[in-house]
Design a protein around this ligand. Structure first.
Ligand SMILES: Cc1cc2nc3c(=O)[nH]c(=O)nc-3n(C[C@H](O)[C@H](O)[C@H](O)COP(=O)(O)O)c2cc1C
Length: 299
């Protein structure tokens, strides 16, 4: 394991984001690094921009946690990286549930994969954004998560600037669960293929244009799903007509949709008062919210 690294002059942040949370986190980290005079480039794996790893730059890989793992977009990205004899990387997972079991091993496969390409991971961190799956958080919790994001990314930028090495020791049991979670990738293509398109569809083509996998085609004005879905939920939540609904795992998706923009606007419009500790504790009771509680309350 690497015990030191040079102060980064440049960082290349490579991220994938299904519904905007990781994109927001990557932008916040980019701004925090720029504030420390670390030149920063952002590469989205959602589009077609081609990435060239720059020698001497710190590679920062950011992704939303999917079933305690990185999404396949990250695997594909690392597969395509050329071998680097002296690559240095940071891996940042963005989850809905936070740094508690079973999310704790979510970076392991990515760290190992990068190692095979010559990149030593010197820094690991987890950020939390409002969950887009199964558990719709109370608005005050979602706003608190957005509000605390600059503080969290400032801390990461300060650590990287001061060459802090931060690697997690992950219990073998957590690793096993993450390994099992990776099987989710096999099921996600069925999720896409079984998607239902209602009569509300206006054939605008937004779902097809924005699908990060190029998995949706318009045939006779109707979206048709192929077998490359990764279940990022972007098409469902982005559809202006709410015309897409899952044919399976319906409970995964929020009926009222998921959109971080109105929350961002709310934060900007009014002077946001962070809720008192007691209120946050009351709203994050139970194990499922324990990672969010820890994240919002840690000093
Ligand atoms: C298919 C799928 C699986 C997910 N699995 C997990 C998980 O294992 N743990 C977790 O905390 N959050 C999980 N989430 C929630 C996302 O990690 C979280 O909402 C994240 O902020 C989404 O980022 P994005 O908006 O950039 O896509 C999952 C979301 C999806 C769509």
């Amino acid at each position: 394991m690497v015990s030191s690294y040079e102060k980064p002059k440049k960082a290349q942040i490579v991220y994938f984001s299904g519904t905007g949370g990781t994109k927001m986190a990557a932008s916040a980290l980019g701004a925090a690094l720029a504030g420390r005079e670390i030149t920063c480039e952002l590469f989205s794996l959602n589009g077609k921009s081609s990435f060239v790893a720059e020698s001497g730059a710190l590679l920062i890989v950011m992704f939303p946690v999917y079933a305690f793992n990185a999404p396949v977009m990250i695997d594909d990205f690392i597969d395509a990286l050329p071998f680097s004899a002296d690559g240095v990387a940071a891996v940042i997972a963005v989850s809905g549930g936070g740094e508690v079991f079973p999310n704790t091993a979510s970076r392991c496969r990515t760290v190992g994969h990068l190692r095979k390409k010559g990149f030593q991971t010197v820094y690991e961190a987890g950020l939390v954004m409002p969950s887009n799956l199964i558990m719709d958080y109370p608005e005050v919790i979602s706003l608190s998560l957005l509000h605390i994001l600059p503080e969290k990314t400032e801390r990461i930028a300060a650590d990287l600037n001061s060459q802090t090495v931060r690697r997690m020791k992950i219990h073998v049991f957590d690793r096993c669960l993450a390994f099992l979670g990776a099987l989710e990738k096999c099921g996600s293509s069925s999720f896409g293929k079984k998607m239902k398109v209602s009569g509300a569809c206006k054939s605008c083509g937004l779902c097809a244009a924005k699908c990060p996998r190029g998995n949706i085609a318009l045939e006779n004005g109707r979206p048709v799903f192929k077998d490359r879905c990764i279940m990022c939920l972007g098409c469902i939540y982005r559809c202006p007509q709410k015309a897409l609904t899952p044919g399976i795992l319906k409970f995964f998706v929020f009926d009222d949709g998921y959109d971080l923009k109105p929350l961002e606007k709310k934060l900007l419009e009014r002077a946001w008062q962070r809720p008192k500790e007691e209120e946050l504790k009351a709203l994050t009771k139970g194990y499922l919210m324990s990672g969010v509680r820890k994240y919002l309350l840690e000093k």
